[in-house]
Ligand binder design. Structure first.
Ligand code: AMP
Length: 175
């Protein structure tokens, strides 16, 4: 199994992006390196080992990159959770709080069938608002979420507390 250490070393901290006070975890150096990108997908896919996954659900937008590759790796379908107004078919919607104000995420109402098994994937867990909203959408569709996987978790923000009793796996935790 690949070591997460080289992934950690490749992440670039960008101070005050997109707003003052935020340290943005730039994962593009991982994406641009064939071996690191493959290792990241291997480690994320491992979080679903031994389980039958029907759909890997990715969150707009960096989550798509990882979730789609994991879906291909484990032989599952891919489903996008998108920001409001992007999906063309009938959707379910959930609003959630951001640092300032509110945002809405959507899922096609037929994207996951009741009882289908799902692995939810995103690049980063911060406050947990985004992943929590995605889990609410999946719950509305009757999905059986068997795991939630992040490449990065900002442990000091305690986003896990927003994600109920789901099995959460983060490859890299920053404290
Ligand atoms: P949250 O809803 O607070 O858990 O934020 C998670 C979403 O915002 C993820 O989809 C991330 O892509 C993005 N995000 C939040 N904080 C950061 C950060 N410090 N660096 C990079 N992405 C972030």
């Amino acid at each position: 199994m690949p070591s997460p250490d080289s992934l950690r070393a490749a992440i670039r901290d960008v101070v005050d992006f997109p707003t003052p006070g935020i340290v943005f975890k730039d994962i593009t150096p991982i994406l641009g390196d064939a071996a690191l990108f493959r290792d990241a997908i291997t480690l994320l896919a491992e979080s679903a080992a031994g389980q039958k996954i029907d759909k890997v659900v990715g969150i707009d937008a960096r989550g798509f990159i990882f979730a789609a590759a994991v879906a291909d790796r484990i032989g599952a379908g891919f489903v996008p959770v998108r920001k409001k107004g992007k999906l063309p078919w009938k959707t379910k919607q959930v609003a959630y709080s951001l640092e300032y104000g509110e945002s809405v995420v959507e899922l096609h109402e037929d994207a996951v069938l009741p009882g289908e098994t799902v692995l939810l994937v995103d690049d980063l867990l911060a406050t947990g608002g985004t992943a929590g909203a995605a889990l609410k959408l999946l719950d509305q569709l009757g999905a059986k979420v068997v795991g939630v996987a992040f490449l990065i978790e900002l442990g000091f923000l305690n986003g896990r507390s927003q994600l109920g009793s789901h099995k959460i796996e983060s490859i890299l935790i920053f404290d």
